[in-house]
Ligand binder design. Structure first.
Ligand code: AMP
Length: 128
């Protein structure tokens, strides 16, 4: 069940600040506070969807179109083209990375890895 007290819901409502990249009626994007690479942006729908599956199942055609428009404009705005990663985590016990904010978001990542990213990768290699 969606909890509207999550940090991205607060950013959407303007209750806490973020470093915004792009906004439209249905979605917005902003820089991740703990970047894994030089360019690490989160693309978030304004609607209340806990994860990517909820969004894909339940968001209207207009919300989905608005989200993808925001995604494309974000990539253009931060200069991402050709070499990048996109991922979405879901749940507290996902196989690779756990979700920590329960409002659907895509991570859009490019450029040099940060030391935080290298530490995470090392930690993953040590786990079963
Ligand atoms: P996930 O673990 O996939 O749910 O990703 C949540 C992401 O949100 C993490 O990469 C965090 O660094 C990032 N994050 C948490 N709080 C904020 C915030 N206030 N502004 C921007 N990014 C945030």
């Amino acid at each position: 069940m969606y909890d509207s007290g999550n940090v991205f819901a607060k950013i959407i409502r303007g209750e806490i600040p973020s470093k915004k990249v792009v906004e439209n009626e249905y979605a917005l994007s902003f820089y991740d506070v703990n970047p894994m690479c030089e360019k690490h942006v989160l693309v978030v729908p304004r609607g209340e969807y806990e994860n990517i599956l909820d969004f894909a199942r339940c968001a209207s055609a207009a919300e989905q179109a608005g989200f993808w428009e925001c995604f494309v404009k974000t990539a253009e705005a931060v200069g991402i083209e050709g070499e990048f990663n996109v991922f979405a985590n879901a749940g507290l016990n996902a196989p690779l990375f756990n979700q920590s904010v329960f409002h659907f978001h895509l991570h859009l990542i490019a450029g040099e890895k940060t030391s935080a990213c290298i530490d995470i990768m090392k930690e993953m290699l040590c786990k079963k």
